[in-house]
Write a protein that binds this ligand. Structure first.
Ligand code: HPA
Ligand code: ZN
Length: 340
C-alpha cells in the first residue's frame, strides 16, 4: 500500500492521546502573539529565530527553552487559547480522547494562581467536549528538579480542584532526580485515591521504571522505552498490565534514540507490552500525533495492522470507563473490517 494511503488510514482511525504536556503545544506563532498581548519581550526576534533554537542534544536543553516559553502565559485567556489550539489539532487528527499533563509549579512559581491556570485549561476542554465531542482529563505533573516538599505543597493546593484530576504525574529532569526522591509525595497521591503515573526510563535507566512501579506505585509509565534493557522488567510490565506512553518524535529530537529505526517499539509490541503512541511536546518536536504514527510506520516498516493495534492500545491504556473503551474499540474494528 502506498504511503499516501497509509497516511489517510492513520488520519481516519480514532485515537486517544495519553502523553501530551499542554505547555509543550505552545506554537511559536501563538507565543509571539501572547507575548505581545502581555507586553513581554521574547529573547528571539522572530518566529523563525525561535524555531531555529529548537535543536536539542538532550532533555535538559529542551526543558530550559520549554520553561522559558511558558513565561509568556499569564492570563486565564492565555491558557484557554493555548489549550483550544491543541484541541483543534485533536479534532483535525481524529484524537477523540486526550489525557493532558500540565505543570502547576511552572506557573505558581511565577506568581500565577493555580485557579487561573486550571480555569483557562478546563474551559477549553469543556468547549471541545461541547463542540467536537472530544473527551479529556487532566493530570498535573510535579517537577522532579524541585524539592519533594515543594511538590507536596503543590499537591495540597491542587486538592481544591481534585474532581478535575484523573491522577498525578512526575516530569522534568530524570537524571539526578530518581523516583525515590518522591516516595512520600506519591504515598499521599495514592492514599488520596488518585491514579499515579510518572516519566521514567526516558533518559534514565530501566531501574527508574522499577522504582516508579515499586516505590511510587504508578499504574502507567510515561516513555519507559529503556525498559527493553531489562527482560525481567518487560515480563513485569506485561503481567501487571502497565502501559507505556511512547513518544517517538520526542525520543528522536531529544536523542534518546539516534535514529527512528532505533526506537524499540517492535520489541515492546512483540513482548505484548501495551505500548501507545503520543506527541509529548508537539510544538517543539516537529509533529502532532498523526506525524508520530507516520514516523514509526515509515521507520519501522509498520502497516495498517500495527497502526490499528497502537490505536487500540491507546484506548485500552486510557483512564476511560470500560464502556467507553469498548465503544471505541468497536469503532476501530469496523474501520479495519471495512478496509479489508
Ligand atoms: N520528559 C520530562 N519532562 C518533560 C517532558 C519529557 O519528555 N516534556 C515536558 N516535560
Ligand atoms: Zn513528557
Amino acid at each position: 500500500m502506498k504511503v499516501n494511503t497509509l497516511n489517510d488510514f492513520i488520519n481516519r482511525i480514532p485515537k486517544a492521546e495519553l502523553h501530551v504536556h499542554i505547555e509543550g503545544t505552545f506554537e511559536p506563532e501563538l507565543m509571539f502573539a501572547l507575548a505581545k498581548r502581555n507586553d513581554i519581550t521574547l529573547k528571539y526576534a522572530s518566529v523563525e529565530e525561535l524555531r531555529k533554537a529548537y535543536r536539542f542534544n538532550n532533555l535538559q536543553e529542551f526543558l530550559d527553552i520549554y520553561y522559558e516559553g511558558a513565561n509568556v502565559l499569564i492570563q486565564e485567556q492565555d491558557f484557554y487559547d493555548l489549550t483550544i489550539a491543541y484541541l483543534e489539532k485533536c479534532r483535525d487528527e481524529n484524537v477523540v480522547h486526550t489525557e493532558m499533563f500540565f505543570d502547576p509549579q511552572t506557573h505558581t512559581h511565577r506568581g500565577i494562581a493555580l485557579e487561573t491556570v486550571i480555569s483557562g485549561i478546563q474551559n477549553a476542554l469543556d468547549d471541545a467536549k461541547k463542540n467536537w465531542g472530544i473527551t479529556s482529563c487532566l493530570i498535573p505533573n510535579f517537577l522532579r528538579h524541585l524539592s519533594e516538599d515543594d511538590a507536596i505543597k503543590t499537591f495540597n493546593e491542587a486538592l481544591e480542584f481534585r474532581e478535575l484530576f484523573a491522577g498525578f504525574g512526575l516530569d522534568s529532569s530524570e537524571l539526578g532526580h530518581p523516583p525515590a526522591k518522591f516516595e512520600r509525595l506519591f504515598r499521599m497521591v495514592n492514599d488520596e485515591g488518585f491514579r499515579a503515573v510518572a516519566h521514567a526510563g526516558e533518559e534514565g535507566p530501566a531501574q527508574n521504571v522499577w522504582d516508579a512501579l515499586q516505590l511510587l506505585k504508578v499504574i502507567r509509565i510515561d516513555h519507559g522505552v529503556r525498559s527493553v534493557e531489562d527482560e525481567v522488567l518487560l515480563k513485569e510490565l506485561v503481567q501487571k498490565q502497565i502501559p507505556l506512553t511512547v513518544c517517538p518524535l520526542s525520543n528522536l529530537k531529544l536523542k534518546v534514540v539516534q535514529k527512528m529505526e532505533d526506537l524499540p517499539l517492535k520489541t515492546l509490541l512483540e513482548n505484548n507490552i501495551l505500548a501507545t503512541i503520543n506527541s509529548d511536546d508537539p510544538a517543539y518536536f516537529g509533529g502532532y500525533i498523526n506525524d508520530n504514527y507516520k514516523a514509526v510506520a515509515e521507520a519501522l516498516d509498520l502497516g495498517e495492522k500495527e497502526m490499528i493495534t497502537l490505536a487500540e492500545n491507546s484506548f485500552k491504556a486510557s483512564f476511560l470507563s470500560q464502556q467507553e473503551k469498548e465503544k471505541w474499540l468497536k469503532t476501530i474494528e469496523k474501520i479495519y473490517t471495512d478496509f479489508y
